[in-house]
Design a binder for this molecule. Structure first.
Ligand code: F3S
Length: 397
């Protein structure tokens, strides 16, 4: 690694202990991945925020960094283990809440904006095309690289924090043009619509990339896609295929920047979509929990939910997981009152995967293929994927 004078001073401890530790982390990463230089980052997003992930060891590390560390760039957090205002109504225990708040306080002492969301790009932590950033949440990494055209590797919690405190990241991986080329041509010969179907498509492509040992698909045959469909697709393809970047012809900004791959071609038809959707519906299912907002719901999705729930009553636990700023817009627009009058609950700052709810429900219905994966793997729920409309129908049944 060739460090600038300022970076060397950081490493030598001239900017304090937290910056020194941070530069040690980044310098080591750079050496492991053969980076030649550091690059300035314009935005950071930190994951591993839930106390369930951090535990006392993680909290100790954060507290030490917070003694003299202050962020140099705009930094927000991934979802925490609870809604910071409404945790009691969501059944979170007091001890967990106390510890979660200790973690958030440590982040706040470093100047981090304690908005906890996996869709930072919807709430003002929004990079632009070509900017180098250091984000950690896999769906957001995939969205920022692919849909926005910003450049980030998938950071871990400590490396993202290190970038926040130094404003730097080692220039390797997705920061370099040569690592952003499509590797597999994916031809979609099917009509794909809605967050659920884009999630199913993400699973098909992710599973196939896993088999092929490739990471970057170049996708054709999708005439249009909304922000919500793309965020669902990103979450899914990142979950099932470890994908941090894709190109979608006519839709994502870099699709014609690099040569189109033609040697490895994979086609997807309507049958494949239907077969894969069926894999996301368990047998002997008893649904007692419905959750929308994986990744965090946009204001557009909340408006849609308000119109579907108006004048209805839900008969099952129903969470809408979103960022707190989005919830505030929903409050002002009158959507929250309609939704809460119907008996559904907002779970801001958190989600149905990171909240400590393992085993609390038997079956979950969602519109997200990612939530299906973690509902099964982490929380031991049976799962069913459906459209937002079908999720609401199930809740009011
Ligand atoms: Fe976000 Fe939680 Fe889904 S972090 S992408 S809502 S699993």
């Amino acid at each position: 690694m060739k460090l600038t004078t300022e970076e060397q001073d950081m490493l030598d401890g001239k900017y304090g202990n937290a910056v020194k530790k941070s530069m040690e982390i980044l310098n080591t990463l750079g050496e492991i991945f053969d980076a030649e230089y550091m690059v300035d980052v314009q935005s950071v997003q930190i994951a591993g925020v839930s106390y369930a992930n951090l535990d006392e060891a993680g909290l100790e590390f954060l507290s030490e960094m917070a003694e003299d560390g202050k962020v140099r760039v705009l930094t927000t957090l991934n979802p925490a283990g609870m809604d910071r205002e409404n945790w009691q109504a969501l059944g979170i225990d007091k001890e967990f809440a106390k510890n979660q708040n200790r973690a958030i306080d440590a982040f706040a002492r470093m100047g981090i904006i304690t908005t906890c969301s996996c869709t930072p790009y919807l709430i003002g932590n929004t990079p632009h095309y070509g900017q180098h950033i250091a984000w950690a949440e896999s769906s957001a990494v995939c969205y920022s690289n692919s849909v926005i055209g910003a450049r980030t590797n998938r950071e871990g919690g400590p490396s993202a924090l290190a970038s926040a405190l130094t404003g730097r990241t080692p220039k390797y991986g997705y920061h370099l043009d040569e690592n952003r080329h499509g590797q597999v041509l994916v031809k979609v010969n099917a009509s794909v619509k809605g967050t659920d179907e884009f999630g199913v498509l993400g699973k098909i492509i992710g599973d196939k990339l896993g088999e092929l040992g490739k990471k970057i698909p170049y996708i054709t045959g999708i005439p249009s896609a909304t922000v919500e469909e793309l965020k669902s697709f990103c979450a899914s393809v990142a979950t099932y295929g470890g994908t941090a970047l894709f190109h979608m012809e006519g839709i994502t900004p870099e699709y014609n920047e690099f040569p189109k791959p033609n040697d490895l071609v994979f086609e997807i038809n309507q049958d494949a979509l239907e077969k894969t959707r069926a894999e996301l519906i368990d047998d002997d299912l008893e649904i007692d929990f419905v959750s929308i907002g994986c990744p965090h719901a946009s204001i557009h999705e909340i408006a849609q939910l308000a119109s579907l729930l108006e004048g209805k009553k839900v008969n099952k636990e129903f969470w809408i997981t979103t960022a707190r700023p989005t919830k505030k817009i929903a409050d002002e627009a009158g959507y929250s009152k309609i939704i809460e009058d119907a008996g559904a609950k907002f779970a801001a700052d958190t989600c149905c995967v990171v909240a400590p709810i393992k085993g609390r429900f038997k079956g979950i219905m969602v519109d997200s293929a990612k939530a299906c994966y973690y509902g099964r793997a982490k929380n031991k729920f049976k799962v069913k994927i459906g459209t937002i409309e079908e999720c609401v129908e199930e809740a009011i049944k």
